[in-house]
Ligand binder design. Structure first.
Ligand code: FES
Length: 147
């Protein structure tokens, strides 16, 4: 098993993740999966005047995926959607004081799920009826590896 070192912030967000849950009357919804490890992340956003006023996530994945999900929700809260679209995996990792190189790819899920939720909002297709099908095809993160 590969040993990796995590920062205190990563451990804190993994052990005490912020903004876990769903928003039933969401304005945007994003879901991405890593095709290699099978980890899946969902992000729900509420938007008012193009500002993200509330955000929740559900992540089925590794500790880094959970920590980066938690951090991306903190970064995006209160942000204009166009600014939030510019959040990168490096931004997320930097806010966590870094991720081990072997786990950097995990932060792609967080940034990608947020971007998908914003695109959904911009498309005015917020799936407010809650009809997402869990078995429907999941957009894939652009990641090719997962360890
Ligand atoms: S996202 Fe799959 S191991 Fe981290």
């Amino acid at each position: 098993m590969v040993q990796v070192g995590y920062t205190k912030k990563v451990m804190d967000h993994f052990m005490n993740p912020r903004n876990v849950g769903v928003i039933e009357d969401r304005d945007g919804y994003g879901k991405v999966g890593n095709p290699v490890c099978g980890d899946v992340m969902e992000i729900f956003i509420k938007v008012n005047d193009d500002v993200i006023t509330d955000i929740k996530f559900r992540t089925f994945g590794c500790g880094s995926a959970i920590a980066t999900s938690s951090m991306v929700t903190e970064l995006a809260t209160g942000m204009n959607v166009d600014e939030a679209l510019k959040i990168t995996r490096n931004d997320v990792a930097n806010e966590l004081d870094g991720l081990p190189p072997l786990k950097m790819h995990c932060s792609n899920l967080a940034a990608d799920a947020l971007h998908e939720a914003i695109k959904d909002y911009k498309n005015q297709d917020g799936n407010v009826d809650g009809q997402e099908n869990e078995s429907s095809s999941i957009p894939k993160s652009n990641e090719k590896e997962c360890v």
